[in-house]
Design a protein around this ligand. Structure first.
Ligand code: HEM
Length: 462
């Protein structure tokens, strides 16, 4: 006989909402410790299945990939992506088409290779900012450094624009960049608010009191993209190689699809990589022995006379273990959001209703003592001699998801994390400015899971 997975105690109307805190991945981890690897929650009127076991994640994402290949409804998807015209929140044929364009024209190995010089130029810029900070003995705001790096990479790939730390920008453009930063922050705050439309049936969504705010945000977004699209159309002939905006405007007559996809790629592709590097550096600062081993490896493989480049990365095996361990312990987006499009059975006999929001909590999987030895310890050596990788085949470690909706930007994200981390620790010694020399590792659930306190430290050139 089939049955629903176990649930915690609920309340009339709100169901199980009261079990969730400002750190929902941790609340769900705590619940799964009591209820097991699969549970059933009701958030308002929305049925939600939460999976926190590698075997059940594999069953959902591999054996039943087509049943769980949809994204659930989000208010930001309806408004800021013009009724689901982007890639990350859309479904069905439109999603298939956008994903195909993104994979062939932006994320293919060949296309990524053509941007190698761009990444090198940005990393040189990052290193010279650190060298300046070393000279002036000033404290480095690591988060700002990493965010600038990642936004600059993605914005140049998408639309040939370098937004941050660009001395060639005129006063009006600097003001635009400031507005973009503010807009992205406001959008994140908005996306994290409670939206009742996500917890009621579709016909009742109009009652959401956040809709006027969503419309205001759309107007700000419009202002930003209209200008970029116009500039792009008028300068297209002067670009030797077409950028992604040129390509997308060619494929898609509908400019709204281009705007939606751009906003999603900027949102999905910048903070994810930046926060992974920030967590890794934090762990190294709190664990000087691991830092020492990583720097020794860099000295042996790269030497002291030059920067680390992408051709060095495959030889840096300890660095690879550090990055894997960072993804296990601090996955940037720890809850995979999916939706079941047909009823199915998971596990021994758990009934998954059609239309249930399905969340895979791989934060819980990464810290489960049944899956990992000493899970609360940051211990890169656990990967020595192990074949476990982050690429979506090993369900103990799926920071980029798995299956048809897995992250298409994975290769770019990995390059960015390796390159920035390697260069941050290669040419510089880091001195903590935290009280007592050890950093607080609390988390904040924002666009991604950031360290609650942005990492600040002093550097000296080696
Ligand atoms: C460390 C870096 C990154 C991490 C950890 C990460 C993680 C993820 C995760 C967990 C998902 C959901 C996967 C699923 O449902 O199975 C995802 C989706 C996505 N990511 Fe990434 N990501 C990273 C970098 C990037 C970059 C650099 C880009 C693009 C510039 C990007 C673009 C996307 C897009 C467009 C989707 C939605 C795909 C779809 O729904 O078909 N990501 N990412």
């Amino acid at each position: 006989r089939k049955r629903l997975p176990p649930s915690p105690w609920g309340l009339p109307l709100i169901g199980h909402v009261h079990h969730l805190s400002a750190l929902p991945h941790q609340s769900l981890q705590n619940l799964s410790r009591k209820l097991g690897g699969i549970m059933y929650l009701r958030l308002g009127m929305t049925p939600v299945i939460v999976i926190s076991s590698p075997d059940l994640a594999k069953e959902a994402l591999r054996s039943n990939d087509s049943s769980f290949g949809f994204r659930p409804y989000l208010l930001v998807g309806e408004y800021l992506t013009y009724n689901f015209k982007g890639i990350g929140l859309s479904n069905g044929d439109h999603w298939k088409n956008m994903r195909k364009i993104c994979i062939t024209e932006l994320f293919s190995v060949k296309r990524l290779e053509s941007f190698r010089g761009l990444r090198l130029a940005e990393v040189s810029h990052l290193v010279s900012r650190l060298a300046q900070a070393s000279k002036s003995q000033s404290v480095v705001n690591v988060r700002e450094l990493l965010t600038d790096f990642n936004v600059n990479i993605v914005s140049q790939m998408l639309m040939s624009k370098r937004f941050f730390e660009n001395k060639n920008l005129g006063g009006e453009e600097v003001e635009e960049v400031r507005q973009l930063r503010e807009f992205l922050e406001e959008l994140t705050r908005f996306a994290l608010k409670f939206h009742i439309s996500e917890f009621v049936p579709a016909w009742l969504r109009w009652i959401d009191w956040n809709i006027p705010h969503a419309r205001k945000l759309v107007a700000k977004q419009e202002k930003f993209f209209e200008k970029i699209i116009q500039e792009h159309k008028s300068s297209q002939k002067s670009r030797p190689v077409m950028d992604f905006m040129d390509i997308l405007l060619q494929h898609q007559e509908d400019e709204e699809a281009a705007k939606a996809t751009f906003m999603e790629l900027l949102a999905a592709g910048t903070d994810t990589s930046a926060c992974t590097t920030e967590w890794a550096l934090l762990e190294l600062l709190n664990n000087p022995e691991i830092m020492r081993k990583a720097q020794e490896e860099l000295d042996t493989v790269v030497g002291r006379d030059r920067m680390v480049t992408e051709s060095d990365l495959h030889k840096l095996l300890y660095l690879e273990d550090i990055v894997k361990e960072t993804f296990r312990f601090h996955p940037p987006g720890p809850l995979l959001p999916r939706m079941s499009t047909q009823a199915c059975v998971l596990g021994e006999s758990f009934d998954i209703p059609k239309g249930a929001t399905t969340i895979i909590n791989f934060y819980a999987i990464g810290r489960d003592p049944r899956v990992w030895d000493k899970p609360e310890k940051f211990w890169p050596e656990r990967f020595q001699g192990s074949t476990i990788d982050v690429k979506g085949q090993d369900f103990e470690l799926i920071p980029f998801g798995s299956g048809r909706r897995s992250c298409p930007g994975m290769l770019l994200g990995l390059k960015s994390v390796y390159l920035t981390l390697a260069n941050l620790i290669h040419g510089f010694n880091w001195e903590p400015v935290a009280r007592g020399g050890s950093y607080n590792m609390d988390e904040a659930f924002m666009s991604v899971i950031w360290p609650k306190l942005a990492l600040q430290a002093k550097v000296t050139s080696m």
